[in-house]
Write a protein that binds this ligand. Structure first.
Ligand SMILES: [Zn+2]
Ligand SMILES: [Zn+2]
Length: 155
């Protein structure tokens, strides 16, 4: 028996190579009714540096509850961004950022969202990366990597 071999289609190959291996990956709000962080997040499979315009895919499945993460805060008013790391979840971290903002505690994030016309309502927070286990050094390295890659820091 002779099998009919389908000729290799270059376009197939190209399409396949640019399609993420897991279509459901990305950051998604947890959609728990009590979650006070969900309204400040967005469902997304990618994010864009507002400084250099580079776009990155989120290759993991992340939500408000994911731990050991690198997160990205974007001001929806002026597009300034802030990268942070936490062993906790975006939900826990956001609660403390919001406390800092509301009390003008002098952190980079608090300073920004206390500028004229900026409020905590302009916070958009998503997790962009995650470490498989607890490791402060690796988390710090990842944070440094993302700060350099995105080329920005909130000011
Ligand atoms: Zn949530
Ligand atoms: Zn702003």
């Amino acid at each position: 028996m002779t099998a009919f071999r389908r000729p290799t289609n270059i376009r197939d190959t190209l399409v396949r190579s640019t399609t993420p291996s897991n279509n459901s990956s990305g950051f998604k709000p947890c959609n728990t009714p009590q979650c006070k962080t969900c309204p400040y997040t967005s469902s997304t499979s990618s994010f864009r540096s507002s400084t250099n315009g580079r776009v990155f895919n989120i290759t993991l499945n992340l939500s408000c509850h994911s731990h050991n993460i690198i997160y990205l805060i974007t001001c929806t008013k002026c597009n300034k961004q802030y990268i942070g790391k936490t062993k906790n979840s975006p939900r826990t971290r956001f609660t403390s950022h919001r406390f800092d903002i509301n009390n003008d505690r002098g952190t980079s994030v608090a300073k920004h969202f206390n500028l004229d016309d900026n409020t905590s309502q302009h916070v958009n927070i998503i997790a962009i990366d995650q470490l498989p286990g607890l490791d402060s050094i690796s988390l710090l390295n990842k944070e440094t990597h993302w700060i350099h890659t995105l080329g920005n820091h909130m000011a």
